[in-house]
Design a protein around this ligand. Sequence first.
Ligand SMILES: [Zn+2]
Ligand SMILES: [Zn+2]
Ligand SMILES: [Zn+2]
Ligand SMILES: [Zn+2]
Ligand SMILES: [Zn+2]
Ligand SMILES: [Zn+2]
Ligand SMILES: [Zn+2]
Ligand SMILES: [Zn+2]
Length: 384
Amino acid sequence: MIHKKCVSLPRIIKTTWHHHEIIHNYFFQKQELEKHGCGICFGELLMKYGSYDCLKQDCNFVAHVDCAMEKYLATGQINDQDEESSENLASITCVIEMNQHGEATKIKHFSHEHDLTLDNKIKEDNDKRCDACMLSISTSFYYCSQCEFLLHKTCVELPRKKHHWFHESLFTLHVENTFQCGLCYHYCSGFAYHGNNTYKFCLRCVGISRIIPRQRHKHTLFFDFDLNKGQCNACGDYIHRGYKCKDCTFVLHVKCMALPQRARHKCDKHFLELTFHDENADLEEYYCDICEGQRDPNHWFYHCAICDNSAHPKCVFGKYPFLKKKIGETYKVWNHHHPLICVKKSYDICLRCGLPCQDIALECKSCNFTLHFDCLDLEDLVAF
Ligand SMILES: [Zn+2]
Ligand SMILES: [Zn+2]
Ligand SMILES: [Zn+2]
Ligand SMILES: [Zn+2]
Ligand SMILES: [Zn+2]
Ligand SMILES: [Zn+2]
Ligand SMILES: [Zn+2]
Ligand SMILES: [Zn+2]
């Protein structure tokens, strides 16, 4: 027997949950996938009911009909290629010059008023950051010859519009001054994808899948919109939305999922490696070599095996790793009526903690005070 409502189901749909088109079958066909469960809710799949299966032969995605229909985008054939390369969706608004390999060497980009030039000389430079994703530049990038503005080649080529599994609305790329990312909750500068006028996602988070096969945990993790319980297994902080294990009680913040495998900090001349468990079982207490505070050996930390330095991730990156901290940049805070300006200081005392500001700091020129970036409260900052 087949329900009336099932007869009228669209045959081929594209859902926000999966990057390929899926096709409706009245009976669950791919028997060998039974043990995988539904690719959306992870619940059991039963032979006698219908399902939506991925059209691609080598893809194992299968979903309950109700789960697929809950968040589908459109019926019929959608061509991904058309979607991503069509002219009005490109971030490069004009190619001015090309080299013999067909690479755009001089371009106009929607995010910047001046022309940008390609630089393929790859060098490790920790001080140069991409103005889109705020990460350091170590691969090909575009630069502005009239002002200080850099973009990774990969960030230049991002589509203006794209779909994201988080919400069925089309996400559009914008340039932001300061915003709070709806996935990692970091305050960020640079580019953001906006969805439904409500969500703003940073470029580091927007590429993370909803389902993460065994990488940083022994089982598959999937994003849960309403976790609302417990502590993150990586950092120990409260977690209300994030990744959850399909098979055990493991939960993880998006910001912890997004931690890079290697990082640098001035406390050590080598790269620090992200480590998931402290094997040093004979220690009674564990400390962070940056803040000298205690460390839970079951939480993730950064480690240099050569120098035996260990540190909290939050100490390695500081409180606002993705805010543009360029000299002359201004910031609005809700509890002060003047904007704060980013300056380089060598001795001024911080208004909050009383310690000297020895590097980049915030200053109010009108009231004559200085503040460490990290002494700014998260809530103080106003997105503008
Ligand atoms: Zn970038
Ligand atoms: Zn410029
Ligand atoms: Zn984010
Ligand atoms: Zn965490
Ligand atoms: Zn698990
Ligand atoms: Zn620490
Ligand atoms: Zn070292
Ligand atoms: Zn002031």
